[in-house]
Design a protein around this ligand. Structure first.
Ligand code: UDP
Length: 457
């Protein structure tokens, strides 16, 4: 019989959700807990080698109902999450039983907010259920208010919510701002909060100083434990051994083996490269891709552009990238790229992990949000945290090449760049403080661990 508490983590199989879950799990292991991560069978089968390199975590599998092709095999987002609930409930139940029969009983299930049914499995076994919201508190709060009928949809602008800055429609998460465009995603986003009151613990991937007002506002409804940012600690210069915490671990995408990105960056002057990435899910249509390509070219800076394999056919045919000035790759180690001295600006879609990474590594941003939480994140980056600028769209909803050039040049201008870096440096220091002994996230992780350990006694 194990003496330390055993946590079973249930992430959803998107890179932006998986990475903060794995980081939290590693933190829990460093506190002496045993952690098993339940990957979907499809994700597990495609990442076996990487799992072996993450020896501090145990991996096991559950089914999302799409064992051979994963999310891409689903006919819609509704179809995906409906099947995940059915297959996931069954296989998660089996996994908990199996661990018990092997003498490693589970004490707590930590589950991504997008699979609220995992709480039913925890309750069925009388073990703790900890929901983990991997997006910023501002976005979680908006979804929560809509779920409780405290914020009506359609939203009227300006939207005034206590704890949040005044927001225009373009700042609201797109699933709530335009539910008619994303009916399935709207349901999934809002349903994260359907049973949150019954969860034993509510974890949020942010830190107190970054979002104090909205954290206080949301805490009036439900007690929150903020535990972020989940950027690997070595990048924040914290106390954990750098060799132990350098990487996120499991990547759902692969870099082009033939391209040596660190070498290419090392040949570029300090602060001269624009790093461009739209994360793991957002896509651009051909026209927008063309505007971006030529906006980058017009800016006349070096650029490293991540274009996932599934997006590459949309690159304009006439856009020839000379390897001297620009480089297009399928995927990269974003943390390493952002840490490179050569990078002077991050042109990003505004995914939550990308933003916390850029702040932690003090890289000024141009944010071009596409959907989901990115619009709200962009608002905070520009107006609240002041660590970057947001692009403007034209009347047809496109971001033109001239706008892209203007924003990049603005952020790369020496004085402006310094201002943005100074702000980012302040947030980085606060992030470090939050995660250091006695800091808000540190204390919350300790409180969580204590709850687990005492429930075991
Ligand atoms: N990422 C990466 N290499 C890339 C692009 C992205 O490692 O070429 C990582 C990035 O560091 C971040 C995650 O993928 O941790 C993307 O998460 P984010 O929340 O920024 O965006 P999402 O993919 O969820 O839209």
């Amino acid at each position: 019989m194990e003496l330390r508490a055993h946590v079973l983590a249930v992430p959803i199989p998107g890179q932006g959700h998986l990475t903060p879950m794995l980081q939290l799990c590693k933190q829990l292991v460093s506190k002496g807990l045993k952690v098993t991560v339940a990957l979907t069978r499809f994700v597990s089968s495609t990442t076996l080698d990487q799992q072996k390199n993450q020896s501090q975590l145990n991996y096991n599998t559950i089914s999302d109902g799409f064992d051979t092709g994963g999310y891409n095999d689903a006919s819609s987002v509704e179809n995906y999450f409906q099947r995940f609930e059915i297959a996931g409930t069954k296989t998660l139940t089996q996994l908990v039983k199996k661990q018990e029969s092997l003498g490693h009983p589970i004490d707590c299930i930590i589950y991504d907010g997008h699979v609220p049914w995992a709480l039913n499995v925890a309750k069925q076994f009388g073990i703790l259920g900890a929901v983990y919201f991997t997006q910023p508190c501002a976005v979680d709060y908006i979804y929560y208010l809509v779920n409780r009928g405290l914020l009506s949809v359609p939203i009227t602008s300006p939207c005034l919510i206590p704890g949040l800055p005044s927001m225009e429609l373009r700042d609201i998460p797109t699933f709530v701002a335009k539910p008619e465009v994303y009916p399935g995603y709207f349901q999934v986003a809002i349903s994260q909060f359907s049973n949150v009151d019954e969860a034993d613990i509510v974890l949020v991937n942010t830190f107190y100083d970054l979002e104090n007002e909205v954290i206080d506002a949301m805490s009036k409804y439900i007690p929150l434990l903020t535990i972020g940012p989940t950027v690997p600690l070595s990048y924040l210069d914290n106390q954990i051994d750098k060799n132990e915490d350098k990487d996120y671990g499991v990547n759902l995408f692969h870099s082009n083996a033939s391209i040596n990105i660190p070498h290419w960056l090392s040949t570029k002057p300090t602060g001269s490269v624009i790093y461009v990435s739209f994360g793991s899910m957002a896509d651009l249509d051909e026209k927008q891709m063309e505007e971006l390509a030529f906006g980058l070219k017009q800016s006349e800076f070096h650029f490293l552009w991540v274009v996932r394999e599934s997006e590459q056919a949309k690159l304009p045919k006439e856009f020839v990238v000379e390897t001297e000035r620009g480089m297009i790759v399928n995927w990269c180690s974003q943390l390493d790229v952002l840490s490179s001295e050569a990078v002077g600006c991050f042109f990003t879609h505004g995914g939550w992990n990308s933003i916390t990474e850029a702040m932690s590594l003090v890289v000024p941003m141009v944010v071009m949000p596409r959907w989901a939480d990115q619009t709200t994140n962009a608002k905070f980056v520009e107006d609240v945290w002041r660590v970057g600028v947001r692009v403007n769209e034209d009347e047809d909803g496109f971001v033109t090449r001239d706008e892209i050039e203007k924003c990049i040049k603005g952020v790369m201008e020496k004085e402006r760049s310094l201002e943005l870096k100074e702000s980012a440096m302040r947030w980085k220091e606060l992030a470090k403080e939050a995660l250091s002994v006695g800091g808000s996230s540190y204390n919350n992780i300790q409180a969580f661990v204590s709850q687990l350990t005492s429930s075991q006694a």
